[in-house]
Design a binder for this molecule. Structure first.
Ligand code: FA5
Length: 341
């Protein structure tokens, strides 16, 4: 058996020397070291040998298989080079032809928008905090000062799951509770980006799935003026120093007082157009001072700590930036839309 193996090796190496095409190389490889090749067959028959002969034959078979494996690999390289040289000589490959362009992926308009928003907030000292898409009813509502059966729950049309109390988050605000419980009693300065889900009538401005970007700052002596100044600074960096910002009273159960923020319409410079519904203003976020009940639920003593929160809609911001008329394009996966960015 040992002799047979040595002869097989010697003969294979000689045959290999003469091979110049890939197909013959493949056949020889299969016949010698393939699954049904001679070496494999020898290895399988080792059990029939006398027990004292088995180790030597097994060892040699393995060594030869390895040596031949590298000899085949080396030959493969040579054959490839040979075939390439041959086809060049025969003119099968025209090396003067221009290369085919590689199709490159692009960033989705929301991703681009989000990255710009992250950059601005990072510069202003806010770090990203990721919360969960699947929430419990308590964190999404109750701990945010929206008790069960409270009419304020109607502001958010919810996707419920078959598990009692498990829902898809309707906004990024439940992340406020999670961040506070993680950090209390340390000060916080975070943004919480993420996908939100609402069982809503789909329209040009509303989708059932969309991004929000929440912001939260907690500490001692944080006041409404800090909120106004922070949002104004964001708007200045995002929309330019010349854009006016205005604040309107509003209501959110988890902030008190609450306000909505508008910027001068970026499309008509405040003159009035279809996009701003001829008001000259565009709403960019909801915001307010964190409600004492929410602070308490997050683990902060409202007598000592205060904070502000805000929430933006990145798709709506991207619609303004790129002049996109309908939010349904964002998830339509139509390449004609996506390739424009
Ligand atoms: C909220 O969801 C509050 N959680 C925001 C907030 C956070 C207020 C912190 C105070 C403090 P609202 O429902 O208005 O608020 O949504 C915020 C933004 O999300 C909207 O301005 C809009 O840009 C975006 N948005 C809301 N619903 C949709 C929708 N169906 N499709 C696309 N964007 C939406």
């Amino acid at each position: 058996m040992l002799e047979k193996l040595k002869t097989l090796k010697a003969e294979t190496l000689i045959e290999l020397e003469e091979i110049t095409d890939a197909e013959s190389l493949r056949q020889l490889k299969n016949a010698v070291i393939g699954k049904k090749g001679e070496i494999t067959t020898i290895k399988r028959s080792i059990g029939q040998l006398a027990p004292e002969d088995r180790p030597a034959v097994g060892q040699l078979a393995n060594e030869i298989a390895q040596e031949l494996e590298s000899a085949f690999a080396e030959r493969e390289e040579l054959v490839k080079a040979h075939e390439m040289a041959q086809s060049l000589e025969e003119g099968e490959i025209d090396v003067t032809l221009p290369g085919r362009p590689v199709a490159r992926g692009r960033l989705h308009p929301t991703t681009r928008m989000l990255r710009d928003i992250y950059d601005i907030w990072a510069d202003m000292g806010f770090q990203v905090y990721r919360s969960r898409d699947v929430e419990d009813d308590d964190t999404n509502f109750t701990l945010l000062n929206i008790p069960p059966h409270h009419p304020a729950r109607d502001m958010w049309d919810t996707f419920y799951t078959t598990d009692e109390g498990v829902i898809l988050r309707t906004h990024t605000s439940p992340g406020q509770i999670r961040a506070m419980r993680d950090y209390a009693p340390e000060p916080i300065r975070v943004i919480l980006p993420g996908m939100c889900y609402r069982y809503e009538q789909i329209s040009a401005r509303s989708e059932v799935q969309f991004n929000q970007l929440e912001g939260l700052a907690i500490g001692k002596n944080i006041r409404m003026t800090d909120l106004k100044g922070t949002i104004a600074e964001f708007a200045r960096r995002m929309y330019g120093a010349e854009r006016k910002v205005r604040y309107r009273c509003s209501h959110f159960p988890f902030t008190e007082p609450s306000m909505e923020v508008d910027v001068e319409c970026v499309l008509c410079d405040g003159e009035g157009c279809g996009v701003c519904k001829y008001t000259g203003w565009l709403e960019i976020c909801g915001s307010g001072m964190v409600h004492p009940v929410v602070l308490k639920n997050g683990g902060y003593d409202p007598a000592v700590y205060s904070g502000f929160a805000f929430g933006f809609g990145p798709e709506r911001m991207a619609m303004l930036r790129y002049g996109i008329q309908d939010i349904r394009y964002f998830w339509g996966n139509d390449l004609r839309f996506l390739e424009q960015f």
